[in-house]
Every structure is written in C-alpha cells, then in structure tokens.
Design a protein around this ligand. Structure first.
Ligand SMILES: *[C@@H]1O[C@H](CO)[C@@H](O)[C@H](O)[C@H]1NC(C)=O
Ligand SMILES: *[C@@H]1O[C@H](CO)[C@@H](O)[C@H](O)[C@H]1NC(C)=O
Length: 194
C-alpha cells in the first residue's frame, strides 16, 4: 500500500476533471454569446392584446356567471428563426377563484418576425360566492372596475443552426381590468422571458 501516492493520484484526477468541466462551461458560454450576437435576437414574448367582459351577472342569491373574451398574442421578433411555442398554460381567475384555463395542447410555430393571435372565450360555471368574495365583487362593481388575474407561462424555443436550440420561459402575471359595462381597461401585459 502507498497511501500517499493514492491521495496524489485522486487529487490529480479531480484537478483534471475540474479543468475539463471549467473549460467546457467557458466554451459553451462563449459559443452561446457569439450565437446571440450573430442572430441578434428579440426574445419571444406573450401578451394580452385585447379583451372584453361579455357577461358578468351577479344575482341576489350570490350566484355569479362570467364570460370573457381574451386575445393573446404569441410573438416572435426574431428575424432569422422560427419560434416554437409549447406548454402553453394560463389561468384566468377572479379573486383567487379560477375561472378558466387557457391552454394549447399541441406545440405550434410562429414564423420569423411575426405573431399569432388566439381568441379565448373564458366561461365560468355559475358559482355561488362565499360572503367574502361577494363583498369583493360588490366593491368592484361600485368602483366600476373589475380586476381579473391572468397568470401562467409558456415555453418557447428557437432552432438555431449548429447551436441546436435556445429555450425560453415566458411568464405572465397580469391584472386584466374591466369596466362594469364590459369594456377592457388596457394595460401592459407582456411576458418577461427568462
Ligand atoms: C418585421 O416586421 C415588421 C412589422 O411587422 C416590419 O416592419 C419589418 O420590415 C419586418 N422585418 C423583416 C426583416 O421582415
Ligand atoms: C363603458 O364605460 C366606460 C366608463 O364608464 C366608458 O368609457 C366606455 O365608453 C363604456 N363602453 C361602452 C361600450 O359603453
């Protein structure tokens, strides 16, 4: 047995492994960075470009019926690569009460420098509100401003020649506000990609 030599050997192996890993990470970083510079990309994003509150009926028994139309846009600002969107999954809710899931099951492509719009009709099943939510809805109606939440994410990916693909997550967390008469109060609702 040569315990000292053994130790030296392991340290040596560890050092070599570390060097290889570090070099790989640096090369990957440089390649990705150059890729970005060459493509000069605009990151894919998702936004709400329009909406209306078509039905908002609330009767004295505390039963609420909601129907809303939401227009969502998947945008690919990249002038050189198609974008593929997948895992599209958003939740439309009112005061923590989920009203509709806005989902697209299959991946879809958005051409270079273009966008695709989706019209969602989000409909709630009639729900009996608990007193707290009822108060909240009452208050909203009095203020003439009903605020919904739209929250969720989609994944997007570019296929970039030799580099393979670049992936993003587009997160949305917005308030969609409406007047009592159903008119949308426009506000910025665009994803920040990561
Ligand atoms: C990208 O789209 C914008 C507006 O839709 C247009 O003005 C521009 O010319 C397009 N660029 C290319 C390279 O297609
Ligand atoms: C709805 O109400 C708002 C403010 O009360 C008003 O600005 C808007 O024009 C109305 N829309 C319609 C379609 O009546």
């Amino acid at each position: 047995m040569h315990p000292e030599r053994r130790t030296h050997f392991l340290v040596w192996v560890a050092a070599v492994l570390c060097t290889i890993i570090t070099t790989c990470v640096i090369i990957a970083g440089v390649v990705t960075f150059i890729g970005y510079l060459v493509i000069h990309p605009r990151i894919p994003d998702v936004s709400v470009v329009g909406a209306s509150l078509d039905t908002f009926r609330f009767d004295s028994a505390g039963v609420l019926v909601i129907q809303s139309t939401i227009v969502m846009r998947a945008h690919n600002g990249n002038k050189k690569a198609h974008a593929r969107f997948y895992n599209w999954h958003f939740i439309f809710s009112l005061d923590e009460m989920d009203i509709a899931y806005l989902q697209i099951a299959d991946p879809f492509d958005v051409r270079k420098n273009s966008s695709v719009d989706f019209n969602y009709v989000a409909q709630s099943t009639p729900v009996i509100l608990d007193p707290e939510t009822e108060d909240w809805v009452d208050g909203s109606l009095k203020r003439d401003q009903i605020a919904f939440n739209l929250k969720g994410s989609t994944r997007a990916r570019w296929r970039v020649g030799l580099l393979g693909s670049v992936k993003f997550t587009c997160n949305l967390d917005c308030q969609l506000r409406f007047h009592r008469n159903g008119t949308y109060i426009p506000s910025r609702c665009t994803s920040q990609a990561k």
